[in-house]
Design a protein around this ligand. Sequence first.
Ligand SMILES: Nc1ncnc2c1ncn2[C@@H]1O[C@H](COP(=O)(O)OP(=O)(O)OP(=O)(O)O)[C@@H](O)[C@H]1O
Length: 475
Amino acid sequence: MATASQTGSAAAAAEFRPAPCILIADDQPPILDALELLLEPQGYRIEKARSPFMVLEAMKSGFYDALLIDLNYTRDTTSGQEGLDLLSQIKSLDSQVPVIVMTAWANVELAVEAMRRGARDFIQKPWDNARLLTILRTQVDLYHAVRRAQRLEAENRLLRAEGLPEMIASAAAMQPVLATIARIGPSDANVLITGEHGTGKEVVAQTLHALSSRASRSLVAVNTGALPEGTFESELFGHVKGAFTDARTERIGRFELADGGTLFLDEIANVPPRQQARLLRVLESGEMERVGSSKTRRVDVRVLSATNADLRSEVEAQRFRADLLFRLNTVEIHLPPLRERREDIPALAAHFLSRYAQRYRKPVQGIETGAIHAMLQHSWPGNVRELDHTIERAVLMARSSQIEVADLGLSQTRAFGPAGGTGTGPGLEEMSLESVESILIRKALTRCNGNVSQAAEALGLSRGALYRRMEKYGI
Ligand SMILES: Nc1ncnc2c1ncn2[C@@H]1O[C@H](COP(=O)(O)OP(=O)(O)OP(=O)(O)O)[C@@H](O)[C@H]1O
């Protein structure tokens, strides 16, 4: 008999997914039709794919409760190799979804190989309807049970964990982001998080880690963009004593520190080509050596990476390895800039206000309508981080219990137009050196579409120096 809570969660599941959806793949339309005729009356929703390519395309956007795939396709109709390759690709996209393979009746060896590669069960063609239905129902039920347990575990972890990043995201533009986080958070998939500076890529990485089974282990973050040349390898892979002149003691690298947990590689586009090859190796094999050592070590690390660059154009320009991109972006999450999710500005501002009013012990309780209006109008080139710093400064500047427009200091950013101080705000000669510097940096970043390396070059700064200034000005 079902307990109340089981009934409750079954009802909740039914609300979101009325009928289990099965993706069936075979290159012969009559087989697809026959399976559909058998399964639909049993309460399944069916999607059909006629090639391995269509299966992988469907998996990018769809959510399936099980896959039923043939092992032979048109390219090679007997060996089953195409089906086995497809199985491996499915497993790398989603290691948990149950895959049941269909084989020709005499091909037991192929079925065994498929099971070795992660298939949950197999059926022989021509199939026995009753056996097929039993296998499918068992696998779907098992999958649901595992997912329910993982979701509960993730929810418990979220409830237990203190100091978790609070992620404010009610805007329509953020809904696909939240859906993807919920879906792949608990998995081990490598995730590439893209978006302009300050859009919250690190917050997403922290949330993904917190939702995963690795949550009790470390989340180790490395800003690969800010690492000085020459220290990259020893930072990531560690070194042994005497490996180079300054290596007076042994050092454990970030990969080893993140063993069993998650490694967050920020500014991944700035990794130089030689280091990209080293990264690729550890991602492919889980193997690495400390600098100066020939001993190979194995690490089990989930890699989350982030960039504000367009990695596909970097690949086209041959500055970034295509095979490394393929390893990093099993799943991609794109964060829209703040100007495309303005609905979230009031809630984000209130969140930062309560944080800073508490931190600075100031009795600031709200934001005047005019100030909210000004924030909604602002273009926020520095995104959520800029809003965060704007509210921090406003809390410090506030003279009453409400933040006023003037406390935000937003006009300074907009006043410095192309003519250099001919806008509505203070002229150049009335501004402090710091204000001018901050404005020039913002403008260079906007001109370079957020590319820090290019902006640094345009400003005549090293990348590290620009990063330090961006941090200082909350950009
Ligand atoms: N959705 C959000 N809800 C609450 N706070 C947020 C949100 N997004 C970002 N923040 C806050 O904004 C600041 C910047 O976020 P974060 O460092 O994650 O951005 P980023 O995209 O990784 O930036 P960068 O590209 O410069 O590394 C942080 O203080 C973070 O806590």
